[in-house]
Design a protein around this ligand. Sequence first.
Ligand code: SF4
Ligand SMILES: [Zn+2]
Length: 539
Amino acid sequence: MEVLSWSSRERVERTVVLNKALLLEVLRAAWEEGDASGSDVYARVARRYARHTGYVPSKTEVVSGYRALVAEGALPFDREFLRRLQRKPVRTSSGVAPVTVLTKPYPCPGKCIFCPTFINMPKSYVPDEPGAQRALQNEFDPYRQTLSRIRAFEAIGHDASKVELLILGGTWSAYPRDYQEWFIKRCFDAMNGVEAASLEEAQRLNETAPHRNVGLVIETRPDAISPREIVRLRRLGVTKVQLGLQSLDDRILALNKRGHTVEDTRRAIRLLRAAGFKIVVHWMANLYGATPASDYEDFLRLWKDPAIRPDELKIYPTSLLENTELYQYWLEGKYQPYEEQVLVDLIARCKTQVPRYCRINRVFRDIPTPHIVAGNKKTNLRQLVHAYMAERGMQCQCIRCREIRHQRVDPATLRLDVLTYETDVTREYFLSFVTPENRIAGFLRLALPQTPDVVPVEEIRHAAMIREVHVYGPALPLGTDGEGEAQHSGLGRRLIAQAMAIAREAGYREIGVIAAIGTRNYYRRLGFELRELYMVRSL
Ligand code: SF4
Ligand SMILES: [Zn+2]
């Protein structure tokens, strides 16, 4: 290995030795990506470097490495790039600190042909994926994983008093119930800084804890959702569910051995929506048996079918990995990944079809390149798609493409945008405050259930339901004021007042909210009271 070395005064006089080819590759990739607005360039470079070597270079090391490569003529000098590399990390721009934790390796009932199996990993996870690495280092212990993430945020100057907890790892509902409860309790213990005697106590403590839980996400399969499961998820404090639907074509589902049908997906989404959950779906392109044309048709079903219409979306083009059944098909010549340009064109066309109420979280799964046998290996696929779209005047209207992130806003210039749409069981209101440039400063999702009997939980059967309130701006410590930053200019309250007015007008006598444990006091101040699983107030 050719190395780049120089001496450094940082970390006690020593010679820094970095893998030159790798540093060159990650710096060049970051440079080519241009200014992915608000993203921390140093963090991106360091993360990618660490993924291959396990070593996290410091900012000084990366900057010195860049200068050395420029001096050698290996990279062009770009003042703007250097400035971005040196810039202070942006604070958590979506307003909360996301903490991802993985459950222990455990078998999944699924037999999906594209899904990898690695020893010592939960089903579908690849050992050197960033999140998986951290989980492994902490031996999948929920307490240690949560605590180390919170500490890592604080070490780089982020505020972590509001935590969104994302629990990943195969199929949540397949784990034993006592493991689920223990796992979540230990995450709460870490946020609380004290050990509670029970999950209920840990949740109660979190209402006033230093790190409050403002969202709790699990991932599962459509056939695992039932009315009973809904109640259990609420008891655990879950507010958002990621559902792997993968395709809306029963033929494709069967070919890929998904083991569930489109009707199962409809039923799951119906129950989740009627119970006020936020719904993220995973949709896959390039599955076995699909073509770019059939994928595009399938993508349109996400919006045409009133039973689907998700709040957030992760697009996962199939990555061909060795430890899968699909790999055999590929060896036998029965499966072929799309060419890069075909994939970029497909995703670009899909993006133009996404309604304004949906957020596209990802357009590929971040699997370390060496594991991918064939097909797309570009980790900057999103940038490639955006460049392709910009050249052709194509536009994505999704929330992610329009959110203000850490920008300052003048509340006086904001306009309330009201978008309504129907699902099979609710009338949905997507209320957003937008800037004169049409950027979103905050939004609220209100669901008006059309018949009480679709609601799987008694205590909210006759209530309008606030499914989500999200206000952008840097995460500020609880109780502090950020001048002009969206989170603290009362946008949340204004959105809630608007939702109450709409519900009252529609004849509802009460309104509920699927409040995360750490937001209960916020809603109490607005007149909501805790029932068993939801907070409700009369109108
Ligand atoms: S359900 Fe999910 S985790 Fe289980 S085999 Fe299928 S893709 Fe993998
Ligand atoms: Zn978008």
